[in-house]
Design a protein around this ligand. Structure first.
Ligand SMILES: NC(=O)c1ccc[n+]([C@@H]2O[C@H](COP(=O)([O-])OP(=O)(O)OC[C@H]3O[C@@H](n4cnc5c(N)ncnc54)[C@H](OP(=O)(O)O)[C@@H]3O)[C@@H](O)[C@H]2O)c1
Length: 254
């Protein structure tokens, strides 16, 4: 696989899976647009990417839940590189709480504005450029899109929406030669649960429980997700569109 002269835009590239996808793609010679809110973290990832093949990434500090920021992401990408081949919608947040949580409505709004609305707007603005290059889109969903997880109501709903978004727009864009797929990770150790309010001890205890009930007896790693994204974004997957792909050590089987 080779992404030489391909422009790849990754949201949420400042941490976790997005950072791993960025580094993986940099090793495959991609020209990267890295999006995140934390400037220091984003710059650190950009530097790591540049070390791979000496290709300088474009960093865009932006919040995907803000319309003006999303417009700026696409404008800066096209002003800088002139084209776009791959969009990886990875930025996402978790908020804990189920239907008995009295803050369920505001948590729903917060999660949907990043995990779904931001994805819809960025994709909508990127599509004309992806049609020109016959590029493709990879959405980072989750296995909780189809498996109900306790106490994560709005997050599960957001990932269910993202799976269906993937399928609907794959149909919309097929005649234009633009493919759209999703990667659905199981639990991967990143900052996401800490950001949602878990302590390190709670994350370790949850990870242990998940490992015990996972067929391969281990969690997936960030690089496993990055490898699947790269495969789907490459010509190796030229006949794959509208599909969701679990990377979860078999967790969704049980
Ligand atoms: N880790 C898992 O177990 C797991 C499992 C299934 C699916 N996922 C999905 O994988 C994706 C990445 O999660 P992760 O585990 O890598 O979490 P993470 O380490 O917390 O990283 C989340 C990334 O999203 C960015 N982000 C969040 N809100 C944003 C916003 N409004 N605007 C721009 N960027 C925003 C963060 O940027 P800043 O830090 O710069 O704000 C950060 O780069 C998410 O969509 C998540 O739902 C993760």
């Amino acid at each position: 696989m080779d992404f030489k002269d391909k422009v790849v835009l990754i949201t949420g590239a400042s941490s976790g899976l997005g950072a791993a996808i960025a580094v993986y793609m940099s090793q495959l010679s991609a020209k990267l647009v890295l999006v995140g809110r934390n400037k220091k973290n984003l710059e650190a990832v950009a530097q790591q990417c540049e070390k791979s093949k000496g290709i300088k990434a474009l960093s865009v500090i932006a919040d995907v839940s803000k319309e003006a920021d999303v417009e700026r992401i696409v404008n800066e990408t096209i002003n800088h590189f002139g084209k776009l081949h791959v969009l990886v919608n990875n930025a996402g947040v978790v908020e804990l709480g189920g239907i008995k949580d009295t803050a369920a409505l505001s948590k729903y709004d917060k999660i949907m504005s990043t995990n779904v609305r931001g994805v819809l707007q960025l994709t909508m603005l990127a599509v004309p450029h992806l049609i020109k290059t016959k590029g493709n889109i990879v959405n980072i969903s989750s296995i909780v899109s189809t498996r109900a997880a306790p106490g994560m109501l709005a997050y599960c709903m957001s990932k269910a929406a993202l799976d269906h978004f993937t399928k609907c727009i794959a149909l919309d864009l097929a005649a234009d030669g633009v493919r759209v797929n999703a990667v659905n990770p199981g639990l991967v150790k990143t900052n996401i649960l800490n950001v949602a309010g878990f302590s390190d001890v709670e994350v370790d205890s949850l990870s242990k429980k998940v490992i015990e009930t996972t067929p391969l007896g281990k969690l997936a790693e960030a690089d496993d997700i990055a490898a699947m994204v790269a495969f789907l974004a490459s010509d190796c997957a030229k006949s794959i569109t509208g599909c969701t792909h679990p990377v979860d050590s078999g967790k969704s089987l049980v």
